[in-house]
Every structure is written in structure tokens, then in C-alpha cells.
Design a protein around this ligand. Structure first.
Ligand code: SF4
Length: 62
């Protein structure tokens, strides 16, 4: 599984970081940093919840 983040869309509110702090962090420039772009399948449920929580649909699991 791969996490893709569209940093151009990200508004930096940090919902993803709040829901899955091991995988997302809002960086100093106010946009998301993906900490692990290729997480294991065991994290799919948590990551899907974080992706769904993004208010601007900047995140995608592929
Ligand atoms: S939830 Fe979406 S908009 Fe907010 S920091 Fe994460 S990627 Fe950016």
C-alpha cells in the first residue's frame, strides 16, 4: 500500500496527524509530511480513517 499526499491541496489543519500520528505530520511549512509512504497492510483501517478525515481530500491510498 502507498500513501499519496497532494501538498498543494493540504491546508495544514492536521486531522490526518491527529488520527494517525505515526504516518502523518504537519511540517514547518504548514503542509503534510508523510512519514512512511509504504506502510504495511495491517495499518489500512487506521490510514483509511485518516484519509477520509482530510477535509480537502488531499490524501489517497493506492
Ligand atoms: S488532514 Fe488533509 S488538509 Fe489536513 S493536514 Fe492532513 S492532508 Fe493536510
Amino acid at each position: 500500500m502507498r500513501i499519496e499526499a497532494d501538498r498543494g491541496k493540504c491546508d495544514g489543519l492536521g486531522m490526518c496527524e491527529a488520527m494517525a500520528p505515526d504516518f502523518f505530520e504537519v511540517g514547518e511549512d504548514g503542509t503534510v509530511v508523510v512519514l512512511d509512504e509504504r506502510p504495511g497492510e495491517e495499518h489500512r483501517q487506521d490510514l483509511a480513517a485518516a484519509v477520509d478525515a482530510c477535509p480537502v481530500s488531499a490524501l489517497r491510498l493506492t
